[in-house]
Design a binder for this molecule. Sequence first.
Ligand code: 5GP
Length: 175
Amino acid sequence: MTFAPSNGPVQISTEELQSRIRDLGAQIARDYEGKEPHLICVLNGAFLFHSDLVRALSMPLTVDFLAVSSYGNAKQSSGEVRLVKDLSLPLSNRHVILVEDIVDTGITMHYLLHYLEGRGPASLKVAALLSKPSRRKVEVPVDYLGFTIPDAFVYGYGLDRAQFDRNLPFITSQE
Ligand code: 5GP
């Protein structure tokens, strides 16, 4: 799904977020019928998306959390990804869905997929709320995508602006 006003700020309302997440939940529920998916939240930015996505799934599932740091307080990625909180549960024989807030250059996702593949999951897919394809430096698969957005710095709904504004119930790029 595209959400790309050709000019002007990015603005995704609470209703648009919730409706799209319900659709993603329905798609995941169909694809994982008879399985028990394991949804890994990439902290901090994906914490609201992850919590709404798991509530959109009425099926047996498990969750885990990891945290990476690549930005500090900067608006541009440093290009260096660091794992700052590791998983608590093993991945062997698990059907893993990695839940990320936004894929920008793709560097973080590329790093995480490589890391998780090394832990031997039965399968590995990606759910990302947002994608900025025009910024991509590394191609990464996004199996479940909320919205495609243009090249703008966005915040709200889990995404920060210098650590603040994660609690906004919508996404915006407005100053
Ligand atoms: P990538 O490695 O794909 O360049 O960056 C991924 C990470 O950078 C995301 O998980 C997110 O934390 C951060 N990021 C990328 N673009 C934005 C943005 O527009 N706003 C915010 N708040 N974070 C972003």
